[in-house]
Design a protein around this ligand. Structure first.
Ligand SMILES: [Zn+2]
Length: 244
């Protein structure tokens, strides 16, 4: 099993690791700073540096369904390190930090629309959540309130509870479509103090102020009972995507 260092510290950009296995298009290591795709958040990209200095591009990180192994997918199979070799792993930090900011912004959005979440995903520079909501939402109002929550600078703390404690507090779970990672006996709660608390396995900033200015780019009606809200970074510009 791979120890996932980002669970405790999402700000770690690199680490030493040992190669446990070589697979068809990648490697399995004993510990990593690479977040594997999941929970609506893309997998990390970056570099693996071998003992001899050879750098290998990692273009995707995924968790293999059946085995639970974290696979670091490499761009070429040339000159891969050997099993047992000590290597260095480094993520594309700028991209990851944008993903952390946008992911954290989705927690702010969750707090502002207090109805069940039916789906969601983030990509570089953009995030969306689907809400079980028959009524329309106002883009400008949401944008203003989101930025207010962000500017208020709410600290984020991680807390761990047991599976049994989570079952006793089902109201903590906001997402209907994806149940939080369970089975290890422990569930990680992400607590943006005074704003939002829920089980989440993604990577987050430690203070909402780090998210920076954002803009609700689009509110769409998806089915009779669903509203999809898309958020982008305000400084990123980008076209206004209109409304429903
Ligand atoms: Zn989260």
């Amino acid at each position: 099993m791979t120890e996932e260092l980002f669970r405790q510290d999402a700000y770690r950009r690199h680490c030493q690791a040992r190669i446990l296995e070589l697979v068809a298009d990648g490697v399995v290591v004993d510990q990593t700073v690479f977040y594997p795709q999941g929970g609506g958040q893309p997998g990390d990209t970056g570099y693996l540096t071998c003992a001899d200095g050879n750098r290998i591009r990692i273009h995707q990180t995924v968790t293999e369904q059946e085995s639970g192994r974290v696979l670091h997918m490499t761009e070429s199979s040339n000159a891969l390190p050997e099993v047992g070799e000590q290597i260095e792993l480094e993520i594309d930090w700028d991209r990851r930090y944008r993903l952390m900011r946008m992911h954290s912004c989705m927690h702010m959005l969750c707090a502002l629309v207090p109805v069940p979440v039916t789906g969601g995903s983030i990509s570089d520079g953009r995030g969306r959540l689907d809400f079980d909501l028959p009524d329309p939402l106002d883009k400008e109002t949401l944008t203003r309130r989101l930025n207010q929550l962000i500017r208020e600078g709410h600290p984020m703390r991680l807390r761990w509870i047991t599976d049994a404690q989570l079952r006793a507090q089902p109201e903590l779970v906001r997402t209907m479509s994806a149940s939080p990672p369970q089975g290890t006996g422990k569930v990680r709660l992400v607590d943006f103090e005074g704003v939002d608390i829920q089980p989440c396995g993604g990577t987050h900033v430690v203070n909402s102020a780090e998210i920076g200015p954002v803009r609700v780019a689009k509110v769409e009606k998806k089915g009779r009972q669903n509203r999809r809200v898309t958020v982008v970074f305000a400084e990123g510009g980008g076209p206004d995507l209109g409304t429903e």
